[in-house]
Design a protein around this ligand. Structure first.
Ligand code: PEP
Ligand code: MG
Length: 556
């Protein structure tokens, strides 16, 4: 048994078969084979398995999410069967005498470059699919020594080990197949970790380079509460983990008794606790968690895992459904926060040396106004069916806010002219997630109806620490006084101007800070549904009057 330590996301135990996500093109084995027939049959088997996997995923996704989401797997299976692609791989094997893995890589690279160079946008977007099918085939070539593994990848739950994951990879993961994630890199504030938390999939990040290729297919267990990974756990450890699982379950069950209770402290201070979501399928969990509303809908996920911008009607359908299902409770839709680690080929973003500081958030929307206008029209139309608010991300200036508000006003005017109904009560707010926005929050407060503090990015930009980089994760200190003081400044400025203020970054669910947030008067906390009841418990146990001096001395 091998025990590895990292940072855990969530509080649960999961068991599965280790599957190593070999996404790294740097480690493709390259050698001259000895037996041509063996190499050809290896290729045939891997291709067939990759086709089967994609068709299985197609069927499962079709059942769970519908044709639109499933389509991609059918396209992938067809691309693997493409005659030119296959011949190109075979040519390399037969004429250049290279092994299958290298032949698949080399042929895919050629097709990838060919697609990238095409005029037609749809065809150009196929380049990323070539990369996907390449990984899909390579996965079977590098794990073929044990036939059983190929079956387990589809038929029983797997725990995926990877260097890091793109948000789109986690958001498209099938929970029926994947019971956990282990990342050598990553950090607990990365979007992959946030998504795992939102989907309630246990994850351990930052375990370093300790997982060896030969561990693939072994039994593995994760204790995400402790941040521990057990490779090939022995019987005593499995027993201990099963007990721990019961303990976690009991803890979660005890919290269920708090459903229906108000979030009010022992001395009468109230706070709203809302949920963060990234797609409409998470509404069941939001309702189950007894959240007071949705404080952050990361709408950019509607734009991921697809080949073109979602239309106004497609977006309207999603926003309307969420608004209706929340039955008049608040739904804050954050407008497209694309860029940095969240992107798709069709956005055609330039390559950037420092993307977190680059072309992202409202910068993209101000540069491509038609994209924002389409989204705002969809949001306003949906506002007729519930209690929707609009929130703009990554704001740094008063001019930006004024421009965004003008665009929203124009959308309202157009809808009126077109006789399309919308609510006149849609609040407009901004995320405060840059130090610039904090320092001019007194000015910004007179422009908007509310603030929501994005502490993930605010910590990144204030401490100058990349939230995605596991190397510096140990320095990513969200309890840093600089961050707490910034939050207090924003709350004070917001209240001076009569607007409310929430926190929607990961800090909102940190119970060690609940007393501090209550003390300085934060009005709302928005977090993954799975964290709502534990924070409610902390609120119910707090006496602000009693802890105030201690908190002020500690942080401010
Ligand atoms: C944040 O930055 O804190 C936030 C909530 O936005 P995101 O994590 O999506 O960048
Ligand atoms: Mg952010």
């Amino acid at each position: 048994m091998i025990i590895l330590n990292g940072k855990g996301i969530g509080e649960s135990i999961s068991f599965g078969t280790l599957f190593i996500n070999k996404r790294n093109f740097d480690n493709i084995p390259k050698y001259f084979y000895e037996d041509l027939n063996l190499e050809k049959s290896r290729l045939e088997r891997a291709l067939n398995n990759a086709i089967k996997e994609n068709l299985d995923m197609y069927k499962k996704t079709l059942e769970i999410n519908g044709e639109k989401e499933a389509e991609i797997f059918e396209v992938h299976s067809m691309m693997i069967q493409d005659e030119d692609y296959r011949l190109s791989i075979l040519n390399i094997i037969e004429n250049e005498k290279y092994n299958c893995e290298y032949a698949v890589y080399k042929a895919s690279k050629k097709f990838h470059e060919m697609f990238l160079g095409l005029e037609d946008e749809y065809m150009r977007n196929r380049a990323s699919d070539v990369k996907d099918i390449c990984f899909s085939i390579l996965k079977y070539l590098t794990s073929e020594t044990d036939e059983k593994k190929e079956e387990t990848q589809i038929d029983s739950k797997v725990i995926i080990f990877s260097d890091d994951l793109m948000p789109s990879e986690v958001s498209s993961a099938d929970k029926n197949l994947i019971s956990g994630y282990i990342l050598s890199g990553g950090s607990d504030c990365s979007h992959a970790a946030i998504l795992a938390r939102l989907s309630n999939i246990p994850m351990v990040v930052g375990i370093g380079e300790h997982i060896k290729p030969e561990y693939e297919g072994m039994d593995v267990a994760i204790d995400s509460g402790e941040g521990k990974v057990y490779i090939s756990p022995d019987t005593d450890t499995v027993k201990m983990l099963k007990e721990k699982e019961k303990f976690y379950n009991k803890k979660h069950e005890a919290l269920d008794n708090l459903k229906g209770k108000e979030n009010v402290t022992l001395d009468g201070y109230k706070i709203n606790i809302y949920a963060n979501i990234n797609n409409d399928s998470q509404i069941d969990e939001v309702l189950e968690s007894d959240a007071d509303g949705i404080g952050l809908f990361r709408s950019e996920f509607l734009y991921l895992n697809r080949d073109s911008y979602p239309t106004e009607d497609e977006q309207f359908a999603v926003y309307k459904k969420i608004a209706e299902r929340m039955c008049g409770n608040k739904v804050i839709i954050r407008t497209l926060d694309i860029g940095s680690d969240k992107s798709e080929a069709y956005f055609e973003f330039p390559k950037e040396i420092n993307p977190a500081m680059g072309y992202r958030g409202v910068r993209v929307c101000l540069d491509r106004p038609e994209v924002l206008i389409t989204q705002l029209r969809a949001i306003y139309r949906a506002s007729n069916y519930g209690n929707i608010s609009i929130m703009f991300p990554m704001v740094i200036s008063e001019t930006e806010v004024k421009t965004l508000k003008t665009m929203a006003a124009k959308v309202r005017e157009d809808l009126k002219k077109e006789n399309i109904p919308f609510s006149e009560d849609v609040e407009i707010g901004i995320m405060v997630e840059t130090p610039a926005a904090v320092l001019i929050s007194d000015i910004l407060a007179s422009e908007v109806d509310f603030f929501s503090i994005g502490t993930n990015d605010l910590t990144q930009y204030t401490l100058a620490i990349d939230r995605q980089n596991s190397k510096v994760n140990q320095f990513f200190d969200s309890h840093h006084k600089a961050i707490l003081r910034m939050i207090k400044l924003v709350v004070d400025n917001a209240h001076k101007h009569g607007i409310w203020v929430g926190i929607c970054g990961e800090m909102a669910s940190d119970e060690a800070l609940t007393e501090a947030f209550l003390t300085i008067g934060v009005d709302e906390l928005s977090m993954p549904s799975s964290c709502i009841l534990k924070v409610r418990k902390k609120v119910l146990e707090t006496n602000v009057g009693k802890v105030k001096n201690k908190i002020l001395k500690k942080f401010f």
